[in-house]
Design a protein around this ligand. Structure first.
Ligand code: GLC
Ligand code: CA
Length: 564
């Protein structure tokens, strides 16, 4: 595998609307982000991904862009953006924008022009079909956010396709003129000095050659978009062209949001010279998903999480470098998803951090994860902002699920969980805003906040700093960044353990997600010795290894350098 500048870096995702509000309007903004760059630098972050800040009606909170060349005034100005890029550079950090090009907003000029003249140039930027006199839709696909994928093109006798919300019309990638517009925009941002992009929902850009119905999978008569994606072939032509024409000339760093890739596609996507630098490993986010909806999704436990993690490494092998996460703006908080209520302590959060962070791959930290932010309780459907959560609630109710269970499902899965304001302090509204926050903060901010954790050397935040510093330590970096990922295969219940290995060094990463102490037998290996060991990091006492048996107390994680 070819070595890249970003392999030994640490990335951080900012959800701008909820990160830091500088002017008291209740909405996080670019000036707020600039004011926190030193905080991120202190933490050890190198790469900062911003969820979208382009001009947008914010129907899907910015993933619906109405001008790819403008900053939404609620987030600031283009001057603020330039300042952010420059201030990041001064600190040796780089900014990633979010590239949302499967769809734009129905308030984008292209869409407006398509409505005015569906047969003209901009009509060709979208998937348009004539309306059927009987009202039959062109296909029976169900959009990700609920309802059919087709909507009337205002003022015309046509329909347009949207695989997400109706305010997010799909762009027609079959049209070379559209593709050139996308590449032009990428180059324009690269010229501004950003480091690259996180690439949104990209697998959706390729539709099957013939659009047709699939068997219905719920009693709404519709069929999941996944069925058409499974049939779509040839996405590589678009992705390869985008790489060659837009990313490669700038050596842009790119991370794909890729779900449902075909296994044989991995080398093409993120192997040497692949379409992207890296892509997220979503195996544990996808675990237990049900076609019926969130309410029917099986919840993950530590044993299943270990299975996902080990499986992902087996799949990727030496092909490329995944990006690893435990949460993002679309997922519940990692501490709430992976940890049982008993484990949802500072020790448990540190254990979880340890095992995901030291995997082979580029670790991403989502804002607030570094202080162990948790899901918030959702009591009524009215308090929801997220369109997909609102849909998930209705789906559950229609399936005959009780209100209580539907709300409990949302407390577990809602995207709003990750979108509550960043908890900076115990001051009103968690120190996020001097005004009224656009989304109410989690009630636990007095207990969980940055200001308090900065004061303690044993806080989750302090632990993340140590973890980052360890991964960058010249003495262990080669192993922790490039070393093989060797799972301890027959891990006991509630244990995750693996080795990171080079020819010269072996480091053991292990965590016990149970409350009782445990003995873990380590597989014998003539190249390593369990006698002269050194604990590099732990959330408890130094780890003891005797006769190849590692002892960990309840909720303990340890990173141990093994002897030769
Ligand atoms: C991606 C984004 C998500 C958004 C969707 C549509 O999955 O992460 O937030 O709603 O794409 O753009
Ligand atoms: Ca603001």
């Amino acid at each position: 595998m070819e070595r890249k500048w970003w392999h030994d870096k640490v990335a951080y995702q900012i959800y701008p609307k909820s990160f830091m509000d500088s002017n008291g309007d209740g909405i996080g903004d670019l000036k707020g982000i600039i004011s926190k760059l030193d905080y991120l630098k202190e933490l050890g972050v190198d790469i900062v991904w911003l969820s979208p800040i382009y001009q947008s009606p914010l129907a899907d909170e910015g993933y619906d862009i109405s001008d790819y060349y403008a900053i939404d005034p609620r987030f600031g100005t283009m001057e603020d953006m330039e300042e952010l890029i420059a201030e990041a550079k001064k600190r040796d950090m780089t900014i990633l924008m979010d590239l949302v090009v499967n769809h734009c907003s129905d308030e984008h000029e292209w869409f407006r022009k398509a409505c005015e003249d569906p047969d003209g140039k901009y009509g060709g930027f979208f998937y348009l079909r004539d309306k059927d006199p009987e009202g039959k839709l062109p296909t029976n696909w169900r959009s990700y956010f609920g309802g059919p994928c087709w909507e009337e093109l205002p003022g015309t006798d046509k329909l347009y396709m949207h695989v997400f919300h109706k305010k997010q019309p799909d762009l027609n990638w079959e049209n070379p003129a559209l593709r050139e517009e996308v590449y032009k925009n990428i180059r324009w941002w690269m010229e501004k000095g950003i480091g690259g992009f996180r690439i949104d929902a990209i697998i959706n850009i390729k539709k099957p050659a013939v659009l047709h119905d699939y068997p219905a999978d719920r009693d709404d008569g519709l069929s999941s978009v996944n069925n058409m994606l499974a049939e779509a072939e040839g996405i590589g032509e678009f992705l390869g062209e985008m790489r060659d024409k837009a990313f490669a000339p700038y050596d842009a760093f790119t991370v794909g949001e890729v779900f449902n890739e075909k296994e044989e596609d991995l080398p093409l996507f993120i192997g040497d010279g692949g379409y992207f630098s890296t892509m997220f490993d979503f195996s544990s986010e996808l675990y237990g998903r049900s076609d019926k909806g969130w309410f029917d999704t099986k919840r993950i436990d530590i044993d299943a999480y270990r299975g996902c993690m080990f499986g992902a490494h087996e799949k990727i092998g030496d092909i490329g470098f995944y990006s690893t996460i435990i949460e993002n703006h679309d997922e519940p908080r990692g501490a709430s998803r992976y940890l049982t209520p008993e484990m949802r302590t500072e020790a448990g959060k540190k254990a979880l951090a340890t095992v995901y962070f030291l995997r082979r791959g580029l670790p991403f930290i989502y804002q607030g994860q570094e202080i162990g932010m948790e899901n918030k309780e959702i009591r009524t459907v009215e308090e929801l902002d997220d369109i997909s959560s609102i849909d998930a609630y209705q789906v559950a109710i229609r399936a005959g699920i009780s209100k209580e269970r539907a709300l409990e499902t949302l407390t577990f899965f809602s995207r709003d969980n990750a979108r509550t304001p960043m908890q900076w302090s115990g001051a009103e509204h968690a120190g996020f805003t001097a005004g009224d926050p656009w989304l109410l903060e989690n009630a636990n901010y007095k207990r969980i906040n940055v200001e308090e954790q900065l004061k303690r050397d044993d806080s989750v935040l302090a632990y993340y700093k140590k973890l980052i510093a360890l991964r960058k330590d010249p003495a262990y970096k080669e192993t922790l960044v490039y070393g093989d990922f060797v799972p301890v295969k027959d891990c006991a219940h509630n244990v995750i353990a693996y080795f990171r290995k080079t020819d010269e060094q072996t480091i053991l990463v292990a965590a016990n997600f149970g409350s009782d102490s445990i003995a873990i037998s380590l597989p014998a290996d003539e190249k390593i010795s369990f006698s002269e060991t050194k604990t590099l990091l732990t959330n408890g006492e130094d780890a003891r290894i005797e006769d190849g048996v590692l002892r960990l107390s309840g909720q303990q994680a340890a990173v141990v350098l093994l002897g030769r």
